[in-house]
Write a protein that binds this ligand. Sequence first.
Ligand code: HEC
Ligand code: HEC
Ligand code: HEC
Length: 142
Amino acid sequence: MTSNQRNSRFGVGLLLGIILALGFLPPAGKAEYGDVLINNYSDAAGMRPVVFPHWFHRIRFRCKVCHADLGFKMQAGGNQINMLKIIDGEYCGACHNGEVAWSIENCDICHTGKPGMATQVHMSTTSKLTTVTGRKPKEEQQ
Ligand code: HEC
Ligand code: HEC
Ligand code: HEC
């Protein structure tokens, strides 16, 4: 066996290993109870709607941080959020700026909703709001 053949066999084995390992991992980008689907503008702009994981954030920050200091109204879709405001450091952009949390070039971590779904709070553990993208923040992709 030449070293080239050995290398390519090793490559195939490694690839199969990765595929098998991935098959056993829970899928990323799944909506959970209490997630907020925000779709005031996304669909119209040809983007997937945004899935905001409320509980994920609620266990990390006090309500006041977002609903008083950052001015988020407690209503699904009740804030006129757009990318200009986010880039200016408002709403999600107060944290998703590469300092408090990963920054906004990670479009497909926020825009994971199913196209066409209305703004809503996710109440059922069986209904699926998202499509799986499985993407990680850019800084973590090496
Ligand atoms: C931290 C989360 C987050 C990230 C990252 C993000 N967005 Fe958004 N984006 C939002 C939210 C929230 C809205 C409002 C959704 C709605 O109401 O439809 C929005 C709305 C939009 C809209 C429609 C409104 C507008 O401003 O035109 C477009 C287009 C858009 N995003 C594109 C992008 C692109 C392209 C990227 C990557 C460069 C990106 N977004 C990254 C959260 C995010
Ligand atoms: C990291 C920011 C953040 C934190 C912390 C946070 N929220 Fe929210 N909350 C949001 C966003 C964003 C929305 C959706 C707003 C939209 O769709 O425009 C929301 C929506 C809501 C809603 C309306 C939707 C629903 O689930 O009925 C309520 C009520 C609410 N929040 C209560 C709370 C409470 C209570 C806490 C603290 C235990 C809290 N939030 C913590 C950002 C936050
Ligand atoms: C008060 C700060 C804060 C605000 C405001 C905020 N986020 Fe986050 N967000 C975070 C932090 C911190 C993380 C965790 C980052 C990490 O794991 O590196 C995070 C993670 C996320 C994740 C990934 C969750 C996961 O399972 O890994 C999504 C999606 C997200 N935010 C969307 C949003 C959207 C959409 C908005 C605006 C509607 C928003 N965030 C507003 C701080 C914030």
